[in-house]
Ligand binder design. Structure first.
Ligand code: CA
Length: 415
């Protein structure tokens, strides 16, 4: 049986890449992850139970033939569909557990005066043309051994690729996250950003293998909201929304908390990933566990907590799973491409994008945000429930599924 994400896999290859590709589905992800050798074909990527095969200029490769080559039963799908631009499951109004953003787009796609700081690995050069409103960011990576651009801090937040000896493929994480928030709808891969008319401040804090120092993240938060950082010119566009699709282990460091408090006091909304460790609590995951942060866990197409998502976040938003991942912009072989990914990082981006819409529509009482830290909104879910973003204007309290951990007071504001 094939799955809904098939369409997005197919979209992965229309556009810049002209060679023929197929998606091969195995019975388990363990089998898919095993080394496979297939004559005249290249394995492009393994994803969950699937691999993507590049067949070069081959005409048609029968399913039975590939199965025989692999020595097992597999499902093979050919790439033949092009030009699909309808919203994927995580965005569509027709999906009960998406953020249902289509109707809201008829009212606004946000405005350039809404500045969203994305603290991540930066933006790939080839992706920059796919955003309508990029304003100057900054590279806050201070350690030359992590920066991969040959120097420390500088005004260029371009992601040079974060691969290294211990991580052979660059993640393009910042590009994926930012595309969920604000990809221009005219991009060649039909990735539909949630708030494409908002302005993006891409701030680089994650380098080699997607890692970075918390102190750099801390400075970047202060800078993002217009604070002073020695040696760095002031940010002329203070952010109202901060996306922290990153996680560290332990209590919230006091220096990080101070920066978050400064952002909060400036009126900025700070969203952080619950983390992808399948823990039953975020007590030891920062910045999700910091005060004045809305922590975001990942939900699946069916509305369930995603299997990798840490529990105990303030709200859930689409992060996807192997069967129904999230469609994003990324880079393959040096060129812009559509791609599929999952994670609480992607869930955070959904909430950040929604916030950029809600600031404009003012659907909620002042401050005009649907999803605000409980301290300022007074909206909290009772014990035994958690908040879930159900559409563009509401986060509602959901009863905890049996056996799942819920924090005593999750944040959710329905308005
Ligand atoms: Ca640098």
């Amino acid at each position: 049986m094939r799955i809904a994400s098939t369409i997005t896999w197919l979209m992965l290859i229309h556009g810049a890449l002209a060679t023929q590709r197929v998606v091969v589905t195995f019975e388990t992800r363990e089998i898919a992850a095993m080394p496979h050798k297939i004559l005249n074909a290249t394995i492009v990527r393994q994803y969950g139970r699937r691999i993507v095969l590049d067949l070069g200029r081959a005409a048609v490769l029968p399913e039975a033939w590939i199965g025989e080559m692999l020595g097992m039963h597999v499902t093979v799908e050919l790439d033949s569909m092009v030009g699909v631009s309808t919203p994927t499951w995580n965005l569509a109004d027709s999906e009960p557990h998406s953020i249902q953003v289509e109707k809201l787009w008829a009212r606004t796609k946000s405005i350039p005066d809404v500045y969203i700081a994305v603290l991540d690995s930066g933006l790939a050069e080839v992706a920059k043309g796919s955003f309508a409103h990029l304003v100057p960011g900054y590279d806050f990576i201070s350690d030359k051994n992590f920066s991969l651009d040959g120097d420390g801090r500088d005004p260029d937040s371009t992601d040079p690729g974060d691969a290294g000896p211990d991580c052979l493929d660059p993640s393009w994480h910042g590009t994926m996250v930012t595309s969920i928030i604000a990809a221009d709808h005219r991009n060649p891969f039909d990735v539909l950003g949630i708030a494409p008319d908002a302005s993006i401040i891409s701030i680089r804090v994650l380098g080699l293998c997607g890692a970075g120092y918390t102190a750099d993240v801390t400075d970047a938060i202060v800078w993002a909201v217009g604070g002073v950082i020695n040696g760095v010119p002031m940010n002329p566009h203070p952010a109202k929304i901060i996306d922290l699709s990153l996680e560290g282990d332990g209590k919230c460091p006091s220096f990080l908390q101070s920066a978050i408090n400064q952002a909060h006091d400036s009126g900025a909304l700070v969203y952080a990933a619950a983390g992808n460790d399948a823990f039953d609590t975020i007590a030891n995951i920062y910045p999700a566990n910091c005060k004045n942060v809305v922590s975001v866990g990942a939900s699946t197409k069916s509305g369930a907590l995603a299997p990798y998502s840490n529990m105990g976040a303030n709200v859930l938003a689409p992060g996807g799973d192997d069967d129904d991942p999230i469609y994003v912009l990324s880079v393959f072989d040096g060129v812009l491409s559509g791609a599929l990914t999952v994670g609480t990082s992607m869930a955070v981006a959904h909430v950040a994008g929604l916030a950029a819409l809600n600031i404009v529509t003012a659907n909620c009482p002042s401050p005009s945000y649907a999803i605000t830290p409980g301290a300022s909104s007074g909206c909290k879910c009772p014990k035994g429930t958690y908040g879930r973003v159900t559409n563009a204007t509401h986060a509602v309290c959901i009863t905890c599924p049996l056996g799942q951990y819920c924090p005593a007071a999750s944040v959710a504001c329905a308005c």
